[in-house]
Design a protein around this ligand. Structure first.
Ligand code: BMA
Length: 320
């Protein structure tokens, strides 16, 4: 096996969750946010797509983060088209970050409607009760996550607007989680033949390491057979996350197994959540496979950071 193939190792029991695990008929279970709760339980907030095509969010819990998933009896978040017309076509792809200062988890998710995908924010103290903050980034925007701490008194959010200049990762600031500004381009899709040329978007929330904020992002390449969704890495400055320190040139994780190549949208791996192991070095990535099921893959953070040191191209300065 080549070293690149060992950077991200799949769990041999994949997929860990599928539509067949649900107590009622659903089309697909995919793109889950993830968090380890204070009692050690791993909680996944799964996007569950019904057979109309509309998605809702369901919490599932496991003691070891791998097996024996218990599905909460009620969904965590159902679209509410009456009160929240921005959710008319569903709620999708959550990312979860613990905000210690507020004693809350912040869940950023895609609110989908005829206006396009928007970023909405949901707060919860315990994954039992939820408070909608509402739309924080108007359409078309998705793939958002907060940073867990303020910088200079302001919250930071990474997100992916779809605009004239392309589908790239932006960073915005807020004093109160409601009003967002100081928007700036952080990381742009590459061009031409690159694996991340068509568009890029944040994967799970950033992971703090000794060498910087580790970012996993998905990169899309359009081929004659359709889009390929693969995963790459970048490193941001811990003192100033507006600075990209490194960006891996090759992707580190891509669709290769049958459950990643075949499904509603074949050729897609799409991580939205990760959980740090008790050794503080191992990271479990939870990813949507072919927009159909959920897989688990494991990464050693030091090994990945060492790889990045030798496989990083000079990040191009970003202009507006
Ligand atoms: C993206 C999102 C994801 C999906 C991916 C691949 O644009 O909509 O929900 O997993 O496409 O189809």
């Amino acid at each position: 096996m080549k070293p690149q193939d060992q950077l991200v190792r799949r769990y041999e029991g994949n997929p860990i969750l599928t539509a067949a695990d649900w107590p009622h008929t659903v089309n697909a279970v995919l793109n889950a946010g993830a968090v380890r709760l204070s009692d050690g339980t791993t909680l996944l907030l799964c996007r569950v797509e019904d057979r109309r095509g509309i998605s809702s969010l369901w919490a599932v819990r496991s003691a070891d983060g791998v097996s024996d998933w218990r599905i909460d009896p009620e969904p965590a978040l159902l679209p509410d088209p009456q009160e929240h017309p921005e959710e008319a076509w569903g709620v999708e792809d959550p990312r979860i970050v613990r905000l210690e200062e507020l004693g809350r988890y912040a869940i950023t998710y895609t609110a989908y409607s005829q206006a396009g995908p928007a970023v909405s924010l949901l707060l919860t103290p315990d994954f039992r009760s939820y408070q909608r903050v509402g739309v924080v980034m108007p359409p078309a925007d998705k793939n958002a996550a907060l940073l867990p701490v303020r910088y200079d008194g302001r919250w930071l959010m990474l997100h992916r607007p779809d605009i004239h200049s392309g589908s790239n990762i932006w960073l915005s600031e807020s004093p109160d989680l409601i009003h967002w500004g100081r928007h700036r381009l952080l990381l742009a899709a590459r061009r031409g033949a690159w694996w991340d040329a068509a568009k890029i978007g944040l994967g799970p929330p950033l992971v703090r390491t000794e060498r910087g904020w580790l970012m996993f992002y998905h990169g899309v390449r359009i081929t004659a057979a359709g889009a390929l969704y693969r995963v790459g890495v970048a490193l941001l400055d811990v003192d100033d996350p507006r600075k990209v320190l490194m960006r891996g040139d090759e992707w580190v994780f891509g669709p290769s197994e049958r459950y990643e190549r075949e499904g509603d949208v074949g050729g897609v791996v799409f991580p939205c959540g990760c959980v740090l192991g008790s050794d503080s070095e191992t990271l479990d990535l939870y990813y949507g496979a072919a927009d159909t099921s959920i897989g688990l893959a494991r990464v050693s953070i030091p090994v990945l950071l060492d790889w990045l040191e030798t496989h990083s191209s000079e990040p191009a300065p970003q202009s507006f």
